[in-house]
Design a protein around this ligand. Structure first.
Ligand code: NAD
Ligand code: MG
Length: 286
């Protein structure tokens, strides 16, 4: 499982799966679905690649139909659609910017039309720009973090809520950085902390309606976000990701997907407002 990762960089965010060296694993070949999400309909933002693709493909292997929303990576989105359909699920790829509320309204409407309803929302689309000095962060870069990582989670959830019935689930991808901090990711960490507050407060509001709201807080995972965020600053930093975790390695998206299945399925029917820490053994508060 542990791959050695060479130094590398991708020039733009979002990054692209095809350029990852080595390629990432999104689901284990021996992951057995058992119908945990049969008949469920999911919408995953940033579901074209990385952790979002892993969630989408695991959902499909568990019997769900899955829509993905993504910014512009048509090739990655098409591949995720192919993977969902290969599992026997219906798939829909929606190109749209989560920082735009009408794009989120439209994505939910298209999902409901195509899949006949909505039961699971995964807020996962995010940006991450590296800066070791706060005074180097421009207004635009700071604002983009807020617009995508905070507003995007709010817009998509608000659009989805009228369609969610009892036993629905909302899952927010936060980060270990919300708990441990990261000196080079102040703006990003700020948004990941806000997503935790969003998760906890909304969980309280929606518990009486039977809608559960939880978070996943990944540690370093091998996705296009890594060479597209760390790479332009220091290609060698990409090669070293995860070496400082207790397990001493970066994680694969395939190691995250099962956490999303757990939080989406009835297995977690008594769990809301909580966080699953899938991070190679880093012990963090919360
Ligand atoms: P990724 O690049 O594969 O996924 C991020 C996705 O966000 C992209 O596919 C892109 O389409 C989407 N996106 C970005 N801006 C968007 C916008 N404005 N509108 C719509 N979609 C947009 O990288 P990933 O690492 O899988 O990231 C997924 C989530 O995991 C993020 O929330 C990230 O913060 C979180 N996370 C990742 C790691 C890691 O080590 N990779 C660690 C902790 C948390
Ligand atoms: Mg992508």
């Amino acid at each position: 499982m542990p791959h050695s990762i060479p130094a590398q960089s991708q020039p733009h965010q979002p990054g692209i799966e095809r350029l990852l060296d080595p390629p990432a694993e999104h689901i284990r070949a021996d992951y057995m679905g058992s119908g945990k999400l049969k008949g469920r309909r999911a919408l995953v933002s940033g579901g074209d690649s990385g952790i979002g693709r892993a969630a989408a493909v695991h959902f499909a292997r568990e019997g769900a139909d899955v829509a993905i929303m993504y910014l512009e990576e048509d090739e990655d989105a098409n591949e995720t659609v192919r993977l969902i359909e290969a599992e026997g699920g219906r798939a829909l790829a929606i190109r749209g910017d989560v920082s735009c509320s009408t794009a989120c309204d439209d994505a939910v409407a298209r999902t409901v039309r195509a899949l006949g309803g909505l039961d699971i929302v995964v807020n996962n689309a995010s940006v991450q720009y590296v800066s070791s000095d706060l005074t180097d962060i421009t207004d635009e870069t700071w604002q983009r973090h807020m617009d995508v990582n905070i507003n995007g989670y709010f817009y998509l959830t608000r659009a989805a809520l009228p369609h969610l019935g009892p036993d629905s689930a909302i899952i927010n991808t936060s980060s270990v950085n919300a708990f441990a901090g990261n000196e080079s990711l102040v703006a990003y960490t700020t948004t990941k902390g806000a997503e935790m507050g969003f998760t906890r407060a909304l969980a309280l509001q929606l518990a009486p309606r039977g809608i559960r709201v939880n978070a996943v807080a990944p540690g370093p995972v091998w996705t296009p976000l890594q060479p597209a965020s760390w790479g332009p600053v220091d290609p060698l930093a990409v090669a070293n990701l995860g070496k400082d975790t207790p397990m001493g390695r970066i994680g694969q998206p395939s190691e995250l997907g099962p956490a999303y299945v757990y939080l989406a399925a009835k297995d977690s029917s008594y769990v809301t407002g909580q966080t699953l820490h899938v991070n190679g053994g880093m012990i963090v508060n919360g």
